[in-house]
Design a protein around this ligand. Sequence first.
Ligand code: ASP
Length: 361
Amino acid sequence: MQIGSTLRLVAIGAGIAALVGAMPVSGARAARSPIAIVIHGGAGSITPTSVPRPVQKQVRLALKQALESGYSALRNNRSSVYACVHAIEHLESSPLFDAGRGAVLTHTGAVQLDAAIMNGKTLNAGSVAAVQHVMHPIALAEKVMRDSPYEMIVGRGAEMFALEQGFRLVPDSYFYTKRRWRSLMRLLKQRGEYRPGLIGSTKWENLGKTSGTVGCVALDRAGNIAAGTSTGGLTNKPFGRVSDSAQVGDGTYANNATLGESGTGIGAYYIRLNLTKDVSDLMQYRGWGLEKAVRYEICDRLVSYAGANTGGLIAMDRHGDIVIAFNTPGMFMGYVDTKGRMSDEVMFRKGSCPVTFINGR
Ligand code: ASP
């Protein structure tokens, strides 16, 4: 095991018990499976300089709160889908991440959001892409999965679906942060593309660096795995671009037979490599273990195809074994393992491609 910095393991039994009250809840079935949750807040250009200590503290607090919300749901015998939606909603509400509020801006200065959720038991999935005005794209993706016969709804159609389903649409101003506006302007100026009145233009090249996508994998008491991812995409992306995060088998995947995964990085590569489905296939058809399959995809296959600094992945199997890997300078991540130990971390790369394994058995 190689990790970017020392993991802090905190026994949270007492804290979580206080948070969720006494177990079990009414209607609960006998506990069968261990429970665990792992989340990320993006991998990318995350360095001690780009993320100064006070910001690291804020990020870790947000990760911790998201973990607590997801883990308390699991302890209350809620499903892994429910736990992931709740954990991700928490991160979507924070301006610190590139998802929901605080998302990066398109080349035209708009916020367009993508999200996907997948149920590892049924292989049902739901996703939305290039959606605007929806505070919690992950909740809308879950609605697509549960209350529509479709897998993906995009753009205006997704907003219409949101209204039909009783979601409140919010103005663009809800999502805007000065930080993201400045990043877009800086990037455009650097590349000599800045001009007033950007609206209406699409640029297919010169995407910005990535960091701040959020994702979750959870294992519930029934032994079911779910995975979800939510993102604003990449700074300066063209209006209407759809990321890997919204696409099952690319940035998001869950299958009880193998694992649940959420990726973060340059989406084009995850799409071309069908990266998350490939990890699952290596486990299912070649019999590879979780750590070997994830390490191969992130540290070998992705790096040989696209180079270093291209992305990371969180993954968990049905035993609650967790693997976190990234080939970028850093990654925001957190987990509560099967023993109830919590870690929230801003990990900086040491070595070329750190892979962390947390034993769930
Ligand atoms: N994969 C996302 C995208 O390409 C970005 C990220 O994960 O940071 O839009």
